[in-house]
Ligand binder design. Structure first.
Ligand code: ADP
Ligand code: MG
Length: 972
């Protein structure tokens, strides 16, 4: 009688199109299709549930093959889809396709999409919990693709004895996108973990598992289902794709799961009692899918190329074998308490029936045993009993179907819950459990073994490499020692150079001092010059006063002269000749007075001119001196700037030397450290060797010692570092100081510059003054011209007077003669008067001109005076500024000198301390030796030898005083 729950595995055959290389090769297309379920290869027909030709689209294939599975799974049945076939036959194309391409996507993404679509259209009372797992099986090891750290998962059985992958990551998902994300992630981690993805995927099985749990909120009905989507490894023999690099065992392992699948399928097809599911992990996982509680579809993927004919044929045969496998599918339902109760009662009923049967049989047996013959009609009717049991079972099944009306009448139901089979079943399950546990243990042990093997290999490699390193380090050590020597020499040289530099620096500072003194002397000279200039100014002032005075006198004289002349004129014009005669004596007198005045004026003017010439000479001289002073000043400035540059270059060179020295010190440090490391490594090697041979105790002791030495050494190094740091700090401070000094110098230079500018300003003023002097000179000359004119006028007057006197004399004579004859005299007189009048007119004009000139000159005088006053004031201010600047410069110079002294002192003390530091650092390079001696057998480990002498304390290392002495004697 056919079991309604029984169904065969569906086998679908799919041929891919010829690929490019096959077309290029000219391979023939061998399959011939007959109807929807038959394919002929070289005339031999192969029948399947359906055969898909090369032009089948992904959608068509999905609709025909996988769509139903979604419904089944959501109805509470387990489902599996396998893709079987040789490499490149289209397994992955069928299962996955192009994941995010709506046309080219394969079965998995479509199923995912459909599951959710279906759920959305279902009863609102249903609640779904969907979780997915993704793993691959390679070399019979299960690797979790959602957690790459899980590389070897084991298979266990649950309480219903359904195998599952223990410890596999499960991800709850709520949407198709989340499932696709999980797939993407898994694929990504799969490709990241391997070097050749194509090769790897052709040798590994990938299994995507979807677990669905649904609960009806109204009825409390719970259904569970599993869906396995399996992309198997290439079914071809390993030899064909080439398993280069894989050893035989590995090749065997690669084939193991697939051959186990073949064996399981053959055993199932033959109806064998023992199915070797446990031969591989894959068959274990898929136990339910192969002859168990699952609706299984196998897609056999084939190549149509003649080249792959034999593989295609074996694939088709495999498919045909698989087609005969029968699964018994049941609904995975979890019963409610009520249902359990009913089931128990029914089972009780069934049990009663069976008990009755047993009783009947026992009584019949008893009768037979006692020798009684039992008539046929009284004998046990097997068929009747079976029917009775069947009737009870049918009632039971009917009740269950009634319990899940929404699920649409399943052919069989697997009731999940506590309890199990009989005693033998329990034992078996116990044994299986034990086996699983043992499996786990074996796994763990093998993992451990592998790890240990790896460790062993690592250790060996480490040993070999450390040997090599040791040799290398030995040579390096020697080299470093020699380098160290060389560096020490260099350090010494550098120190010497530093000392020379310091001496040089002293010399330079001395020179700077000298120059500063010179500068001071020059400034003093300048001071003197300016004072002389001031005296010249006062002289000039005096001269001016004198000139003014003389001018005044000249004008007074002129005015008196003019007055006299006017009087003369009036006397001539108005008074009688008699009066004139009387006044002749007075005029004579006046003329003599005037002449006297004029001669006096002449002599005064001459002396003034001489004086002014003298002054001019003095001014020229002072100008010359000023120019010389300036020249000297410029030279001094040049010298100062040169010295400054020199100082700067010296400071720089000192800095460079400092840096070099620091580098050398650092290299010495590094060398020391390396030395210590090397000796530590030597010790480690020795210890390793010893460890291999001798007991662990020694090792520990040695390690401890090493640790202590290392610590001590570290401590010393750190203290040395600290010291070095402090020195560096000092150096930076000194550098800062130096910089400050240079800034000060800069400032001084700026001030010097300012002074120079002031000096120039003064020179300009001097020039202005000279200009004023020149103008004064001009005025003097004008005055001289005026004097000459006056003299000429006076001469004319004198001549006129003479003429006048002569005329008067002749007139007097004539009057005497012409006492009698008084006729034509008046005409002559008139003529003379006219002549005199014209002369007077001329004189008046000249006088007017003179007065105008004088007024002009007078108006010029206050302006000139004002200017002179301003100039004097300016000169005074400049002098004051110069004095101040000189004072400031002196103060700065003194400070600068102090700073220089301080730096020199600091540099000297630093050098001293450095020498001391170098000596202390140099110590640990030669553990347990006299400084300067070559290393004594560096290959031998001596626990105490690493310890620097400075840290050894009072024991073998001698007193600290001795150590100090030795360190000094070494370096100094
Ligand atoms: P397998 O997973 O079996 O090793 P693949 O699925 O990777 O093989 O297929 C190999 C190549 O053949 C891929 O490039 C794939 O796109 C192509 N291919 C496979 N099957 C088909 C098909 N039915 N139609 C078109 N191309 C296919
Ligand atoms: Mg593939």
């Amino acid at each position: 009688m056919a079991n309604p729950a029984e169904c065969t595995i569906k086998v679908m055959c799919r041929f891919r199109p010829l690929n490019k290389s096959e077309v290029a090769r000219g391979d023939s297309y061998i399959p011939k299709f007959q109807g929807e379920d038959c394919v002929l290869i070289t005339g031999k027909p192969y029948y399947f549930d359906r055969v898909f030709q090369s032009n089948t689209t992904q959608e068509q294939f999905y609709n025909a093959v996988a769509q139903q599975i979604v419904k089944d799974v959501l109805d509470g049945y387990n489902g599996t889809i396998f893709a079987y076939g040789q490499t490149a036959s289209g397994k992955t194309h069928t299962m996955e396709g192009v994941l995010h391409d709506t046309d080219m996507m394969g079965v998995i993404p479509r199923i995912v999409q459909d599951i959710f679509n279906y759920i959305y259209s279902m009863d609102e009372n249903l609640e779904f919990h969907i979780k997915v797992s993704y793993f691959e099986i390679y070399l019979d090891k299960i690797r979790d693709l959602m957690d790459v750290s899980k590389t070897n998962l084991s298979v266990h059985e649950d309480k219903n004895r359904v195998p599952y992958v223990k410890g596999a990551s499960e991800r709850f998902v709520c949407s198709p996108e989340e499932v696709m994300d999980a797939i993407d992630e898994g694929k990504n981690s799969r490709s990241v973990a391997v070097t050749n993805m194509n090769e790897h995927s052709s040798r590994s099985h990938s299994i995507f598992q979807i677990n669905i749990k649904q609960e009806n909120a109204q009825t409390g009905q719970k259904l569970t289902s599993k869906l396995y989507l399996v992309d198997l490894a290439g079914s071809e023999k390993i030899g064909k794709t080439g398993a280069e690099g894989t050893v035989l065992d590995e090749a065997k392992m690669i084939n193991k799961s697939l051959s186990a699948l073949g064996i399981v399928i053959s055993a199932l097809a033959e109806g064998s009692n023992y199915i070797p599911y446990r031969d591989s992990k894959m068959t274990r996982i898929l136990q339910d899918s192969l002859g168990g509680n699952c609706r299984t579809t196998m897609v056999i993927c084939c190549s149509p190329s003649a080249y792959n004919e034999s593989e295609t044929k074996s694939t088709l045969l495999f498919g045909q074998r698989a087609k005969t496998i029968k699964n018994s599918v049941t609904l995975n339902v979890e019963l409610t308490a009520e249902q359990w109760k009913k089931k128990w009662e029914k089972e009780k009923e069934k049990n009663k029936t069976l008990k009755n049967t047993v009783d009947t049989l026992e009584s019949e047996l008893q009768r037979w045993r006692t020798g009684e013959s039992v008539p046929e009609e009284e004998q046990f009717d097997k068929e009747k009993a079976k029917e009775e049991v069947q009737a009870v079972e049918n009632v039971l099944n009917h009740d269950k179907m009634a319990a899940t009306p929404a699920l649409g009448g399943p052919p069989g139901v697997q009731l999940q819950g506590p309890g199990g089979g009989g005693t033998s079943g329990a034992e078996l399950s116990k044994l299986y459990k034990e086996m699983d546990d043992k499996d786990d243990e074996i796994d763990q042990q093998s993992r451990l073994l592998e790890k240990l093997n790896q460790q062993m290999q690592d250790q060996e490699e480490l040993l070999a490499s450390s040997h090599r390193d040791h040799d290398k380090l030995q040579t390096e050590l020697n080299r470093l020692l020699s380098e160290n020597e060389a560096s020490k020499e260099e350090v010494k040289e550098v120190l010497q150079a530093l000392e020379e530099l310091a001496v040089n620096y002293d010399q330079k500072s001395q020179e700077v001092e000298d120059k500063a003194q010179e500068f001071e002397a020059l400034s003093e000279e300048l001071n003197q010059k300016s004072s002389s200039l001031a005296s010249i100014d006062t002289e000039l002032q005096k001269l001016k006063e004198m000139t003014n005075h003389q001018k005044k006198r000249v004008t007074e004289m002129m005015s008196s002269l003019l007055k006299d002349l006017a009087e003369i004129g009036s006397a001539m014009g108005t008074k009688e000749i008699k009066v004139q005669q009387e006044s002749t004596g007075v005029i004579d007198e006046e003329f003599t007075v005037a002449r006297l005045y004029i001669s006096k004026m002449k002599s005064e003017v001459k002396s003034t001119v001489r004086r002014s010439r003298q002054l001019e000479g003095a001014q020229a001289e002072s100008d010359q001196r000023l120019a010389e002073t300036e020249k000297e000043l410029a030279a001094c400035q040049l010298l100062t700037s040169q010295y400054e540059a020199k100082i700067r270059s010296l400071t720089e060179s000192v800095q460079i030397l400092e840096q070099k020295k620091r580098q050398l010190e650092e290299s010495v440090d590094a060398l020391n450290e390396e030395l210590v490391k090397i000796s530590a490594q030597e010790k480690v090697h020795a210890m390793e060797k010893e460890k291999m041979q001798s007991a662990n105790e020694v090792k520990d002791a040695v390690q401890k010692q090493i640790m202590s030495h290392r610590e001590a050494h570290q401590k010393q190094i750190s203290s040395l570092r600290d010291e070095l740091d402090s020195k560096e700090k000092q150096i930076t401070e000194l550098q800062d100081l130096n910089q400050k000094i240079s800034l000060e110098q800069e400032r001084l230079r700026a001030e010097h510059e300012k002074l120079k500018a002031a000096d120039q300003e003064r020179n300009r003023k001097l020039q202005e003054l000279t200009g004023i002097q020149d103008r004064r000179e001009q005025a003097k000359q004008d005055l001289k011209g005026l004097e000459e004119t006056v003299a000429r006028e006076l001469q004319t007057l004198h001549n006129l007077r003479r003429l006048f006197v002569q005329d008067l004399n002749t007139r007097v004579k004539r009057n005497v003669d012409a006492d009698c004859d008084d006729t034509g005299g008046s005409a002559m007189q008139k003529q003379k008067i006219a002549f005199l009048e014209s002369n007077l007119e001329q004189l008046t004009r000249v006088h007017k001109q003179l007065v105008r000139d004088n007024a002009d000159l007078r108006s010029e005088i206050p302006k000139m005076e004002k200017r002179l006053r301003a100039t004097v004031e300016r000169v005074k201010a400049l002098e004051l500024a110069l004095k101040e600047a000189r004072e400031v410069a002196g103060r700065d110079r003194k400070r600068y000198q102090q700073e220089v002294d301080r730096i020199k002192e600091a540099v000297r003390s630093k050098n001293m301390s450095r020498w001391r530091t170098a000596a202390q650092i140099a110590k640990p390079i030669r553990p347990g030796q006299q400084p300067g001696a070559p290393p004594a057998n560096p290959g031998v480990v001596r626990p105490n030898s690493v310890q620097p002498a400075g840290l050894r304390g009072g024991g073998a290392g001698g007193t600290p005083a001795q150590q100090d002495k030795s360190s000094y004697s070494y370096d100094c």
